[in-house]
Design a protein around this ligand. Structure first.
Ligand SMILES: Nc1ncnc2c1ncn2[C@@H]1O[C@H](COP(=O)(O)OP(=O)(O)OP(=O)(O)O)[C@@H](O)[C@H]1O
Ligand SMILES: [Mg+2]
Length: 219
């Protein structure tokens, strides 16, 4: 079995009057060191799939297994632990903590560890992302592209084995876009399993696997 196995995932959103089928029996597998790009029109289900793989949302059917752990059936505490150590998620909406500064936001996954090496890594990631002058700024003082780069640094802080990046290059100029992609690519070369949801066709040149979602299915 591959390191990451996404097996027959289906998901619908239901309310009182209707049910919207978003994912229908999605299956694929990835090894460590592999980079997968997820394309699909807006509303196709990329974020839904990323959230299910990261344990933030539950599938109606199917399973997600990473390193022999079935992510979709872990309890909330175990999932939170996994997200603090093994899984790095860069959300489509960077959702930073408003009262923490940039450096503190990046350090969040490591908040209770008090590790100097993590702090040095946070600063080094922020430098690579051209944010060294913003370390002490709170999110309300940042541009959207700066917030996005902070969320990328946060996702990569713990050197996660599984990287899920949802539209990581949106709102970025070409220099910062390349800086983001270089960091994600380097982490993958060091052995991470990486999935990037994007509308950026250029990202596919980095990919070992390119998936297209449309009408709930992969092609
Ligand atoms: N919590 C929710 N409740 C109901 N419907 C939802 C919910 N979240 C997403 N959807 C719907 O599910 C579909 C897939 O949404 P999703 O966010 O996964 O798309 P996406 O491929 O990430 O799109 P984009 O490229 O715009 O980010 C959309 O039609 C959306 O309206
Ligand atoms: Mg999305």
């Amino acid at each position: 079995m591959p390191l990451l196995s996404v097996d027959a995932i289906s998901k619908s959103y239901k309310d009182k009057t209707e049910s919207l089928s978003v994912l229908s029996k999605i299956s694929f597998g990835l090894e460590g060191g592999q980079f997968c790009t997820l394309f699909g029109p807006s509303g196709a289900g990329k974020t839904t799939l990323i959230n299910i793989i990261g344990g933030l949302d539950l599938p109606d059917e199917g399973q997600v297994i990473f390193e022999d752990k079935r992510i979709d059936s872990l309890d909330e505490r175990s999932k939170a632990k996994l997200r603090a150590s093994t899984i790095g998620i860069a959300f489509q909406n960077p959702n930073l903590v408003v009262h923490l500064n940039v450096l503190e936001n990046v350090m969040l996954p490591s908040l209770f560890e008090n590790r100097e090496d993590r702090k040095l890594r946070a600063i080094s990631l922020l430098k690579r992302l051209n944010l060294e002058s913003k370390l002490k700024k709170v999110p309300s003082k940042l541009s959207d592209g700066e917030k996005r780069r902070v969320s990328i640094a946060r996702a990569l802080l713990t050197e996660p084995k599984l990287i899920l990046a949802d539209e990581p290059t949106i709102n970025l100029d070409s220099e910062n876009r390349d800086a983001v992609l270089d960091l994600i690519q380097e982490a993958t070369e060091k052995g991470a399993t990486t999935i990037v949801a994007t509308h950026d066709e250029d990202v596919s040149r980095l990919s070992d696997l390119v998936l297209h979602i449309k009408f709930g299915q992969l092609s």
